[in-house]
Design a protein around this ligand. Sequence first.
Ligand code: CDP
Length: 280
Amino acid sequence: MTKEEIVDYKKDKKRYDNRKMDELRPIKIKVGVIENADGSAYLEWGQNKVYAAVYGPREALPKHSADSNKAVVKVEYRMTSFSVPDRKRPGPNRRDQEISKVLGEALSRAVFVEKFPNTEIGVYVEVTDSDAGSRVACLSAASVALADAGIPMRDLVSATGVGKAYNEIVLDLNKFEEDAPDAVDIPIAILPNSEEIVLLQMDGPLTQKEWDSVVKMGITGCKKVYEMQKKALLERYSLEEVNEKDLIDGIDKSKKSTPVKEDTKKVVKNKKVKKWETQY
Ligand code: CDP
């Protein structure tokens, strides 16, 4: 089947890329990928590839941008020139500014901003490849990077696209679906534990019935993303049991002959850098 032959997902009962209507594209998350940052993450979502780096809380600059009651979450969303089929002009455009603003507002709902008055938390998200859904990929990566930076949060922010394409309600629209004649694309983000919606944008009309299905499908999709975010963080920070002798061997070969007491044989070690990639 060619792209041109696709007109009705409801009739075909499958999508162009063979996903189910409520299926996400494959997602892969790595935590702690930028040494200079206080927290960072790399996320692949289908063809989308994004980096998120977090700095702070640090002094808010310029000083007039500071808020004496809370931290300001400043997001900079950027797409590299080579991340889209037509070369994107370097430098921020209106779309980048809009996305930076809505991502900052969404993340501010999760962070305990009131704990850090007069400071800023800098969140930089960079898209290196894209196929629609880059803002929800960036938002999901940014919230993992905030957690990696140890910033106190009431919850992660989990996001996905959802909407309508080719006469059917679908989860996580790719670019081909976003370009459908009847396409409605709805980026949605929630705090998964309370289900508070912290981002919702919409670019077309839906009936009440379609809207109800879209919100339900979107929240379920966000919760799937949440599980992957948690798993990626746990893989970086969880503890594993190792044999004490192996640990001694690894740290200092000269202490190899140190007798290992039976009762202290099991110790825990952070497996931070041992396995930091999670594929779903
Ligand atoms: O990426 P997202 O869906 O959050 O935002 P969008 O504005 O709906 O853009 C959808 C897709 O259009 C992006 O993911 C890019 O693949 C593509 N795009 C592009 O080709 N050129 C641009 N200047 C901006 C976006």
